[in-house]
Design a protein around this ligand. Structure first.
Ligand code: PLP
Length: 407
């Protein structure tokens, strides 16, 4: 039987504390989620019982640590339904995964005059690496804008695709607006022109169905720390046919086969892309987070989170002078807002004084803020352990802050 969602809060020790003399209401989950005890325990177990470097020792701990690391890879591959375990590369997180691809792909496949398409809804992590790569390779950096609802225009996207387009990079859920982008359709349209697509799943892997084969994503990346796993670990998934032909990003130990002064050959997948000592504990912790998430019924969890989001949006929209940004048909987990006449930062400070953790500012998406003509927003973001009481506290906190600031 699947685990009861309403019992989840008790699994996260960090949620059970007071902040500024109020019980913590944690609504900054898009920045990072809290960790369940099982993930924390897996890290403690690794460092207290298993710690050894992997793949290169033949003593008992090295063998066990290697096996635990590779078991984590298998768990992650199963979680995203990768066809092969070696299509899962461990990185430090989404940012490193995208840098890996921008560097390797740019080096091998991008020539002067070629084009890369990203969207105006991207986090800087899925924007700047492509922008810099385009500068290096003298390629054109093209940005698909979003409309007044915070949605991408697929007709415009179709018109942007041409014989010079080399790759499309798009997030599945926008971290600033929560828009769920039609990545299935984007992939289908790009594939009609044989153009590969990178899906930034940093804000979707923990909320939406995750199936790289059904999506037919060429590349799919995410961070462990936003899906209840440890910091410093993330995933770069690539279809085998791409990983075989892409050059390595980082070089050094482990990623090589033969090294002589004249020549170097590379290790097999996935090791070709995992130079140096990896974050073994992080990978094992991510595996524990996958096990934790898989205890819930995925469809039930998605429905729970969507209902909670709708509840929160309704509560906020009842507050006078409160502006909610974007009105996409499908939104996930993000409540972006401001109150007319109040700085987002001041709102954040006052909410914090009430024990309510939200994020304020640009959320690493300056192109979105510029398009909205704001210097920043307040962002509340949900995780599976949030409940209606958290959103009631948020709405009450916002009303109180308005009273204090507009007095
Ligand atoms: N992409 C999106 C959509 C994000 O929300 C984030 C982080 O907020 C990132 C990429 C970068 O993730 P990380 O800092 O874990 O590398």
């Amino acid at each position: 039987m699947s685990k009861n969602i309403l019992s989840a809060k008790a699994d996260f020790p960090a949620l059970n504390q007071s902040v500024n003399d109020h019980p913590l209401v944690y609504l900054d989950n898009a920045a990072t989620t809290q960790k369940p005890q099982v993930v924390i325990d897996s890290l403690v177990h690794y460092y207290s019982r298993l710690n050894a470097n992997i793949h290169r020792g033949n003593h008992a701990l090295a063998v066990q640590a290697t096996e635990a690391y590779e078991a984590a890879r298998r768990k992650v591959a199963g979680f995203i339904n990768a066809e092969r375990n070696h299509e899962v590369i461990f990185t430090r997180g989404t940012t490193e995964s995208i840098n890996l691809l921008a560097y390797s792909f740019g080096e091998k496949f991008v020539q002067p005059g070629d084009e890369i398409i990203v969207t105006q809804l991207e986090h800087h992590s899925n924007y700047v690496p492509w922008q810099l790569m385009c500068q290096r390779r003298e390629a054109a950096f093209r940005v698909l804008p979003f409309d007044e609802h915070g949605e991408l225009d697929l007709t415009l996207f179709q018109r942007m695709l041409n014989e010079k387009t080399r790759l499309v990079a798009v997030n599945q859920v926008s971290n600033s607006l929560g828009t769920v982008n039609p990545v299935e359709e984007i992939i289908r349209l790009a594939h009609e022109h044989d153009i590969p697509v990178l899906v930034d799943a940093a804000q979707s892997v923990q909320h939406l169905p995750r199936d790289v084969r059904e999506l037919d994503a060429d590349f799919y990346v995410f961070s462990g720390h936003k899906m209840y796993g440890p910091m410093g670990i993330g995933v770069f998934y690539g279809k085998e046919k791409w990983l075989e032909v892409l050059p390595p990003f980082l070089s050094g130990g482990e990623m090589i086969d033969l090294v002589t002064p004249e020549k170097v050959t590379f290790n097999v997948l996935p090791y070709k892309f995992e130079a140096g000592t990896p974050n073994v504990a992080g990978a094992i912790g991510l595996g524990a987070a996958v096990d934790y998430l898989r205890q819930f019924d995925a469809a039930e969890l998605q429905k729970y989170e969507e209902d909670l989001l709708a509840y929160g949006l309704q509560l906020l929209s009842d507050i006078p002078d409160l502006i909610i940004y974007g009105s996409p048909k499908h939104r996930s987990s993000i409540l972006p807002f401001n109150v007319a006449g109040i700085q987002h930062y001041d709102m954040g400070v006052l909410l914090d004084s009430m024990g309510i953790a939200v994020r304020t500012g640009q959320h690493c998406t300056q192109p979105i803020m510029d398009a909205l003509h704001v210097s920043g927003t307040v962002r509340a973001s949900l995780a599976l352990y949030n409940d209606r009481a958290d959103l009631d506290a948020l709405a009450a906190g916002v009303r109180r802050a308005i009273k204090m600031l507009k007095r």
